[in-house]
Write a protein that binds this ligand. Structure first.
Ligand code: GRF
Length: 221
């Protein structure tokens, strides 16, 4: 449960930070009872750090290459998350595999967005894999993070058609636009106390969420 209002989010990025921007905008519009307490990147060159600075947010670059082990890197992240009194951690294109050092203290309040229709295509190169398989649809899934890579319980999923002339890049762009609507909705549900990770999986308003997440529709509230 969230202990402070507004809740304090950490957003972890490695790259462009377009999902980060969606959270900056959603907070500015008053759609989330939250403030972004810190933006952390493992990549000091991440363009998303500039977005955060332009929005006046606190930022940290913690370069994973300066740590001997994944666990030591994760401990450095945890130290920052505690230092900034973070309630909820939002992974937004954060390209590192997490260890229990980070997952355990934040389990149930740690989210990721993955660019596939989970449980299909965990891992990398999701759009190319969907094209290679001849799929008719692709999409993105917000899920709770557990120790299993891209394997925590799905919460919310959006779908886009795959077009005949799609490349991995054109498909990624179509999915990315939808992600920016999707991710803040799932986080809003959490902040409203509606979304929980239980021993059996994810629940919304006390009801079990289907194995591939709630399917996004424009009238979702
Ligand atoms: C998104 O496609 C997300 O699904 C994946 O990484 C990408 C991040 O993009 N996890 P951005 O940095 O938010 O623009």
């Amino acid at each position: 449960m969230i202990s402070q209002v507004p809740a304090r989010l950490a957003i972890l990025i490695s790259g462009h930070g377009t999902n980060l921007q969606a959270f900056i905008d959603a907070c500015a519009r008053g759609e989330l009872a939250a403030q972004i307490g810190i933006v952390i990147s493992n990549n000091p060159e991440a363009a998303g750090l500039q977005r955060a600075e332009s929005a006046g947010l606190a930022t940290r670059a913690i370069d994973h290459r300066n740590f001997a082990t994944r666990e030591e890197f994760d401990q450095a992240l945890v130290n920052e998350l505690h230092a900034f009194s973070i309630d909820l951690v939002v992974l937004a294109g954060f390209m590192r595999i997490l260890t229990p050092v980070l997952v355990e203290p934040f389990v149930g309040r740690l989210f990721n967005i993955h660019p596939s229709l989970l449980p299909k295509y965990p891992g990398m190169h999701t759009h190319q894999r969907a094209l290679d398989a001849g799929d008719a649809e692709a999409g993105a899934t917000v899920h709770f993070v557990t120790q299993e890579l891209d394997g925590g319980p799905p919460v919310l999923q959006c779908r886009v058609p795959i077009l005949n002339d799609d490349t991995a890049e054109s498909l990624a762009a179509r999915v990315s636009l939808k992600e920016h609507t999707l991710y803040p909705i799932a986080v809003r549900w959490y902040l409203q106390g509606r979304l929980q990770l239980t021993g059996e999986g994810a629940t919304l308003d006390g009801h079990a969420i289907p194995a591939n997440g709630i399917q996004y529709t424009a009238d979702l509230r």
